[in-house]
Write a protein that binds this ligand. Sequence first.
Ligand code: ADP
Ligand code: MG
Length: 358
Amino acid sequence: MAGVESMEIDNPPEAGGESSKPKQSSGESSKKSGTYELPWIEKYRPTQLKDVVGNEETVSRLSVFAREGNVPNIIIAGPPGTGKTTSILCLARALLGPSFRDAVLELNASNDRGIDVVRNKIKMFAQQKVTLPTGRHKIIILDEADSMTDGAQQALRRTMEIYSKTTRFALACNSSEKIIEPIQSRCAVLRYSKLSDSQLLARLLTICEQENVSYTDDGLEAIIFTAQGDMRQALNNLQSTFQGFGHVNSENVFKVCDEPHPVLIKDMLQHCVNGNIDEAYKIMAHLWRLGYSAEDIITIIFRVCKNHNMAEYLKLEFIKEIGTTHLRITEGVQSLLQMAGLLARLCKKAATPDNLGQ
Ligand SMILES: Nc1ncnc2c1ncn2[C@@H]1O[C@H](COP(=O)(O)OP(=O)(O)O)[C@@H](O)[C@H]1O
Ligand SMILES: [Mg+2]
């Protein structure tokens, strides 16, 4: 979705995307604090495992690895912006300390990772001699490993075993199903889940304080609503809104994030609950004129409906209809008529005699 890029960043590494990280991010970034051009996602990237927010259980397992030094090959799987890459870098830093630069090879989706690279570059690195404290291993980080081709993954499985004396692999990916079985069985698979709203909020508040951001509560709420458990997106949206408007309130946030305003959607749903199709349609037509796609609108309708204050069974009916419409939209029927049809069905659900007693 447009608008996630921070506006005044000189050198935005595709802010918001999974591959948004400059290749070497070993924590020097924090030294440059004060230069506001630095994306906050980098400036506030934790450098120690204890600063990684959320997923406490998994992170504590990683901390044990960091302390004991007995690391298996690992896969961290989970949604974007939850700290997978960060945790792996923290782990590597904790294990290797000053040798971090020499003993870590980081390959992410922006590097070529075809079979040749796996055969040559990884092999070369694995063969290199680096003096490390006893019990420590060189680490090869394969970020966004789910975008590696099957062939390249196949080439990896034997390499992993051959060099297991000196080298450990750390893979990060969004879904572990895209990693071939033989590699999964050679690794400990750790799962990250989305961060909770309160975890996002706590982090946002800290950063707002450090950066002297002027904000309103509904502004931060809006950021959390749009980020959906993705810390990277939350920080990017915070920075974009602050740098674009100088003040973080919900109005500005939704301008930057270019999403239909949930308050409008909420009103629309309420009109449906009241069986008032005319008013509901007015809002839908308004959103349509603003240029939002059916996909954008239906996503927000679902998110708002989930938390809308209405009779439980009616909510279930609504969600069912919203789901059906979403399916049709993804199948290609993305017209205003389709959206109006949804509203009509919602109004009908709300107005059936069964529900009148409510
Ligand atoms: N759990 C977290 N705790 C603190 N900051 C986080 C966390 N997850 C993500 N971030 C922020 O988002 C940015 C991107 O995180 P990253 O680890 O690259 O996410 P991914 O899980 O997609 O690899 C980090 O630089 C950091 O600023
Ligand atoms: Mg990542």
